[in-house]
Every structure is written in structure tokens, then in C-alpha cells.
Design a protein. Structure first.
Length: 498
């Protein structure tokens, strides 16, 4: 595996995947119930803060400042982590990150690891890389455990198993848990408390046995070298304190300059994601533990793998780089009408929903059909921008990426400025846009065309022919007015004032 990898899509394009997903009535019911519940709770939690808009602006400002000075803050972070007893590794892509982590685990002599929920490790396919090296990786987040037991893929950033209902989870626990460790009770029901207890007992033996843990991080503080993980179940705290070796794989955009900057995000992230005033578990660690003295706690060896995997290429795009502000709260997914109906698997990436539609095509490029169609996986309603706690203008990026797909043009790939060709299937669209530009540049021709169209309005077809057929498959062709606005305006100006 080389270059950027965000998971293999099950379908060649988003429309193909979405078409299949919307036929699944159970999936749609699960998504509708979950997203409506989460977004309603989030709205109430955000409404409690009178200064939410100022917090949002402050978070945006901190992220933008950090991205403009990312090289400086990453070097500061490396120095701080090293001074605290940790070791920093740099990974340019998924393949290099997997080699580093696999090598670190093998060096300990262990053949199993416990994992904290991590988008970055899913992005690079770490579990598969570890398995290929003979290392078992156990997910300890409840939703991630469900996904792993079901040999499935996450479909939501915050709730990876959102596409599963309680009955499906009960059946998975009954049939699959025994293959991974302690089996579930044979009389296990679908009550949430029973399911949680079965997962707790299953995972407890792994927590107490594991010598190596792998995590991500929500934030990295450059001035102190501190890693920060926010979670709600306590599994992260177990993974971050019990094992002797801790390996954290973190995207380079997760750095913030100072410890004080966390004040902003520790207010906005919990409310935007879990609709809580603060997360039940906010774990911070700096370097190693027992090496500091007899009273120290935490791992004796800490490794930080800083992951690029297309991020510096994204940073080179003045419009697209704002996607790197994302703090993975998932608020945009819960308000998106497209995600609610299509689900996360349709996006063909570990980053689903609106943020995935703008992040994945930048990290992976727009050559593959799935990536060339993701910028169109939106109604451009703007709901995602309204709820984003760091004010990412997702509709602006979507339009920007649509232009890239249709027109091609200069982009940065692997740190080199290159010119990409337009994606396949947009020849008619480009021809239509060129014709429109020619017409709009010539007022006389535009006026004549409008008058001709008005006089022939009774001949308007119900559906457009050729490439336009796809547009009218899902939309009604608008009626043609009896006269153009130009003619109406000219007539009204000549009429006597009343």
C-alpha cells in the first residue's frame, strides 16, 4: 500500500453506492433515528452558551493561525515530546506509518495491541497491516468493537456503528465474541445495559493483558508536547495508562500552539459531538510515566507518529485547506440530508458525510470515480457550515472541488505542483458551460435567445434529451415565462408612472 489510502470503496462511485443504500429501509430508519436524536441534543447543548459564536470564531482563528505556521509548531511539538521522554516519528504516507508502527510493536516482542478509537489508524489501514505482520489489534471503543466483530467498516465519525440496531448488535455479540476472546452470554438480550456489560467483560481481559496500546489524539499541544484524547467510555483511559508501550498515530493538522488554546476546543468539541458540556474522560499525557520517578504512571515508552498522508498537499490549496481545521465532531453528518439517507459507507472512505466529501478528494485526489463524485454528494444547503464549530465553509469547498473535477487544473501532489486532467464523464458539462459563457458575453445574442425560448415555450419537453436526462430524472423542468426579464423591464420603464 503506497500513497494516500482512506479505505476501499464498496462501489465505484457515490451515486452507485447511494442508490443501493437508499433501498435499505432498515438502514434509513437507523440513520434517521440516530441523527435526529444527536442533532437535537446538540442544539440544546450549544444554546446554553451565549458566546458560542465567539468560541466558534476563536477556534477558527486558532486553527487558521496554526495551519499558516504548521512547520514551526510541528518542530516545537517534536522538541517538547522528545524532552518529555517520547520519541517522534514522521510518516509521509500510509505505507510508511504502517511500517513504523508495525516495527515498534514487533520490537517489543508482543503480538497483540489494544486500540483507542482513531480515525488516523483507520485511514491508513493499520489493523490490516498489523494482521499481515502476525499482530492482533483489538478495538476497545464499543462502536468500533461492533464494527470489528461484524467485519464491517465505520459509517460515522462519532458513532461508527450507527447503521446497526440493537438486535443486530446482540446477534453479532452472540456469534462473534467467542472468536476474539471471552464469549457473550448465550441468553444475551438487546437491552443496552446487557450489551454494554457483555462488551465490558469481553474487553476487560484484553486491557489487563495487553502490553502495547495504539491511539490517536484529538489535539497535540506544541508548547508542552501534550497529547489529548476525549472519550466517553473509559476504554481510552485504560489503553493510555495500563500498557507499557503507547504508540499514537496523529495527523499533523491536530496540533495547537499552546495549552491555553485547549480552553476553546474543550468547550466546542463535546457540545458539537456528544452534546455534553464536557466529555466524561479527557485524558492528557506528556511523554512517558514511570521514567519520571517511582510515583509516575502511564507507559514507560511513548512513540508519536506524525502522519502527513496528503495533508501538506491539501494545505497548499488556499480554498481547500480549511478542511484541515476539522476537529472530527461529526456535527455536519448529523444535519446532512444526503448522509441521513445514504449512510456513511456510500462515501467510500473512513471520513463520511460532508467533511468526507471535501477531505477525501483532497487527500486521495480526484482520479478515481468515487473521489470525482464525492463533491457532488451534497445539496449545498449549508447546514453543515452552520453547525461546524470551526466554521469550515464546506459548500464553498464542494463547489471548488466540482470545478476541479470538471475543468482539471493545477494541484499539489506529493509536494509537487502538477496539472490534472478533467475527470471522465464531464465533456457535455464543459461544453454547456463554454456555450453559456459565449452567450452571456453577447447581450444581443442572449436577448434573441430569450425571446425565441419564450415564443417556443409550449414546445417545452417534460424531460431533457441526451446528457440532460439525468438532471430531469430527479427534477421538474421549470416553466418558461411568457416574456424575458429584459423585455418586462423595458416595457415597464416605458409605462407611465402610477
Amino acid at each position: 500500500m503506497t500513497g494516500t489510502d482512506l479505505g476501499m470503496p464498496a462501489f465505484p462511485s457515490f451515486p452507485d453506492a447511494a442508490r443501493e443504500a437508499v433501498r435499505n429501509e432498515v438502514l434509513r430508519a437507523n440513520l434517521r433515528h440516530a441523527t435526529h436524536t444527536i442533532r437535537d441534543k446538540r442544539a440544546r447543548a450549544v444554546a446554553e452558551l451565549d458566546d458560542w459564536d465567539r468560541l466558534r470564531s476563536a477556534g477558527k482563528a486558532v486553527k487558521d493561525h496554526t495551519l499558516r505556521n504548521l512547520d514551526r509548531y510541528l518542530l516545537q511539538l517534536e522538541a517538547a515530546v522528545t524532552a518529555a521522554g517520547g520519541t517522534v516519528h514522521w510518516a509521509v504516507d500510509a505505507a510508511e506509518a504502517n511500517r513504523i508502527v508495525t516495527g515498534l510493536v514487533l520490537a517489543t516482542g508482543e503480538r497483540e495491541v489494544v486500540k483507542v478509537k482513531s480515525m488516523a489508524t483507520q485511514e491508513i489501514g493499520l489493523n490490516e497491516a498489523l494482521e499481515a505482520a502476525g499482530i492482533a489489534a483489538y478495538e476497545t471503543d464499543l462502536a468500533e468493537l461492533i464494527v470489528q466483530l461484524g467485519h464491517d467498516r465505520p459509517s460515522h465519525i462519532l458513532v461508527p456503528a450507527i447503521h446497526r440496531n440493537r438486535g443486530e448488535i446482540r446477534d453479532l455479540f452472540r456469534t462473534e465474541m467467542g472468536r476474539w476472546g471471552r464469549p457473550a452470554p448465550q441468553d444475551l438480550g438487546d437491552d443496552p445495559r446487557e450489551l454494554a456489560e457483555a462488551a465490558r467483560l469481553h474487553l476487560r481481559e484484553k486491557f489487563l493483558r495487553a502490553k502495547v496500546a495504539v491511539s490517536g489524539a484529538n489535539f497535540m499541544v506544541a508548547e508542552t508536547g501534550t497529547m489529548v484524547v476525549l472519550e466517553s467510555e473509559g476504554n481510552g483511559r485504560m489503553c493510555l495508562t495500563l500498557p507499557e508501550t503507547l504508540i499514537s498515530v496523529v495527523g499533523i493538522e491536530k496540533v495547537v500552539p499552546t495549552f491555553r488554546d485547549l480552553e476553546i476546543f474543550l468547550q466546542t468539541l463535546p457540545r458539537s459531538s456528544t452534546a455534553e458540556r464536557m466529555n466524561p474522560y479527557t485524558t492528557m499525557w506528556t511523554g512517558t510515566g514511570p521514567s519520571k520517578g517511582a510515583d509516575g504512571d502511564g507507559p514507560t515508552a511513548f512513540h508519536l507518529v506524525l502522519l502527513d498522508n496528503g495533508r501538506t498537499d491539501t494545505l497548499a490549496d488556499p480554498t481547500g485547506r480549511q478542511a484541515l481545521r476539522c476537529i472530527r465532531c461529526s456535527a455536519c453528518l448529523n444535519v446532512c440530508p444526503v448522509y441521513e439517507r445514504a449512510g456513511g459507507h456510500a462515501y467510500g472512505s473512513v471520513y463520511p458525510g460532508p467533511i468526507g466529501a471535501v477531505l477525501s478528494p483532497q487527500l486521495r485526489g480526484t482520479v478515481a470515480p468515487i473521489d470525482a463524485t464525492l463533491p457532488y454528494a451534497s445539496t449545498l444547503c449549508g447546514a453543515c457550515y452552520d453547525v461546524c464549530p470551526v466554521a469550515i465553509d464546506i459548500p464553498e469547498i464542494l463547489v471548488h472541488l466540482r470545478e476541479r473535477v470538471v475543468q482539471g487544473g493545477p494541484v499539489t501532489r506529493g509536494g509537487v505542483r502538477v496539472r490534472i486532467r478533467p475527470a471522465h464523464g464531464h465533456t457535455a458539462e464543459r461544453a454547456a458551460m463554454r456555450a453559456a459563457r459565449l452567450l452571456l458575453d453577447r447581450p444581443g445574442a442572449l436577448r434573441a435567445g430569450e425571446r425565441l425560448l419564450s415564443r417556443a415555450r409550449r414546445l417545452r419537453p417534460r424531460r431533457l434529451p441526451g446528457p440532460g436526462r439525468a438532471w430531469t430524472d430527479t427534477r421538474a423542468l421549470p416553466d418558461v415565462p411568457a416574456e424575458s426579464f429584459r423585455d418586462w423591464w423595458a416595457r415597464e420603464r416605458k409605462s407611465p408612472q402610477t
